[in-house]
Structures are given as C-alpha cells and as structure tokens.
Design a protein around this ligand. Sequence first.
Ligand SMILES: Nc1ncnc2c1ncn2[C@@H]1O[C@H](COP(=O)(O)OP(=O)(O)OP(=O)(O)O)[C@@H](O)[C@H]1O
Length: 317
Amino acid sequence: MSLQVDDLRVHYHTMRGSVRALDGASFRIDDGEIMGLAGESGCGKTTLGKSLIRFDSRMRHVGGKVQLDGRELPIGDDKAMRKHRFKDVSLIPQYAMSAMNPTRKIGRMVRELLESRGESFEEIRPELERRVELVGLSTDVLERYPIELSGGMKQRMVLVLSTLLDPSLLIGDEVTSALDVSSQKAVARALVEFRDRGFVRSMIVVTHDISVLYQIADTIMVMYAGHLAEKASTDTIIEQPLHPYTKMLIGALPEVGVRYEERQLEGIPGRPPSLLDPPTGCRFRDRCPLAHDKCIETPPFVEVAPNHQVACWAVIG
Ligand SMILES: Nc1ncnc2c1ncn2[C@@H]1O[C@H](COP(=O)(O)OP(=O)(O)OP(=O)(O)O)[C@@H](O)[C@H]1O
C-alpha cells in the first residue's frame, strides 16, 4: 500500500474562527493507483492535497496521521517534511505553469531546484532529457524561457520537473484545467505514462472535471463539505454510485453514460454549508432526498463492497 490516511483533520485559523476544511478523512491509495479527487469548489480537495506536502501559514494539523509506504509522514512539521518533498511526495499546485519564474531559462530552473535538494544536475540531465522527449517536447525547451512555451507544453514540463526524483506520491491539483482539449489529453496521457513507467508510484489527481478522471483515474474519491462521501473504482463511481451526492455530481455528466433518471438529482436546491460552523452529522443532509433522523449523526466511511467506501446512512443502514 502506498498511502494510508487516518482520521486526518486540517483546519484554517481565520479571524472569524476555524474553517473545518478537512474533518476526519480516512482512506488508502494502493501502489500504482491513480486516484481522482472530485467535489464542488470549496469542499476541501486542495486542502487535502496540500496537507500531504506543505501547510500554508493558516493551516493547522488538528489530528490524524499519514503514512507513505509504511512510514509516517510528519505532515504538520514544515522542517521535517523538507526531506520528503520532491523525493517522496511531490505536488503540482494549481496554476503551477503560470508560477514558473519568467526570468529563468527552464534548464537553469531545473538545475537550481535539483541543487537546492543536494542533487547533481549533470548526473540527472540524461534522464531529464529522456523524460522531456517522452512527454513530446524537444530538449531545446531547456534553453527556453517559460513564456516561450504554450500552456500545455508548460504543464508537461512541470510534470517532468515534479517527478524527476521518482517520488512515491504525486499530487496534481487541477493540472488539466485551463488547457484546450488536445493539450488536456496530452497531459492526461503523460500522467498515466509516468505511472506506468514507475516514475511515480501513485497519484492523487484533484479536479472539478470528472470527465478527465474518467480517462485516467483508477479510482475516484468524492468529497463534500470537508468530509469524504464515497470512494470506489472509476467505473463504479460513474456507473453505480451509491452516495446521493455522488449521484448528483455524476448526473451533470450525461456524456459519460449516466442513466437519465438520475439527472433530476442535478436540481437539488441549496448550497454546501459554511465550514466555519458546519452542522453536526452528515453535511449533505439539508440537500439530500434520502435524509432521515439518523443523519444528525456523522456517518462513518464504511467499506460496503471490496474497495468501495461510502459515508451515507441510507446506504450503510
Ligand atoms: N488560506 C485559507 N484560509 C481560510 N480558509 C481557507 C483557506 N484556503 C481554503 N480555505 C477554505 O477551506 C475550504 C476548502 O477549500 P479548498 O481550497 O480546499 O477547496 P477545493 O475543493 O479545493 O476548492 P476549489 O475546487 O475551488 O479549489 C473552503 O471553505 C475554503 O474557503
């Protein structure tokens, strides 16, 4: 098993109080697994991804633990995490391609990054060039400035860079967003290829866009308002989702073959609760057509079939 997360709680401290962005997440990712992380904006996807690599100044590790390849990751300890970043766990943050330093040629940027980690650029260069070509770029890109590359080229370069030291886990946050469809496909293909070649053991791909996950993810985990709702194989999530919220989310995607009778769920009124003061129990209950008395208690995330977990009282009984 690659990643094991137990009861992870991450909150943001703000002037108005604690934002309970991730409130008790437990799941695992197997070796070789590409897990898509889906859910509406603000449900905590980025918080989960970031918490596995770097806390920002407002984030607090309130509880829970994370193990990668059987060893605990000191996620709340910025200094202790330093030796794991890039080598064991790597992140492609949202808007990574726009964050590339415009004043540095790409090759120089890679050199600086490697040297800051105590690695030799010259030793790694042949492998770097091989991977640059593998993602369909010419090695000339190393002599170019980021501004000279298209969005899709930059994103493939960011993928090469973030996986150069063969991390065990790669977290990609909206890596295909803001790209045209053919660039999206090229980046998605590169992600799968990198996993297949063992450049990275497992991946979390964070996106709003379930159709991207349909192409590349082995499993999909759905979040709702800081809680996990459901995790299963991609086919199961698309074709036989159990959680009412997953059904609603998938109902917005008729093109991936979802049954029409479920599309009515798209129209569920209401909005997710504020995470500053979330209700007790199931956070979806105010919008849920199946809500009943029991839902004032928080449903556990239970394995209802092999590799299929759901947190819903109407499903688990
Ligand atoms: N730095 C921060 N300070 C305070 N609250 C934050 C901060 N970052 C995120 N949040 C809050 O935490 C919750 C989860 O946000 P997060 O960005 O993890 O969601 P998300 O699902 O990734 O959303 P999106 O898809 O829009 O990126 C939201 O309520 C958000 O407002």
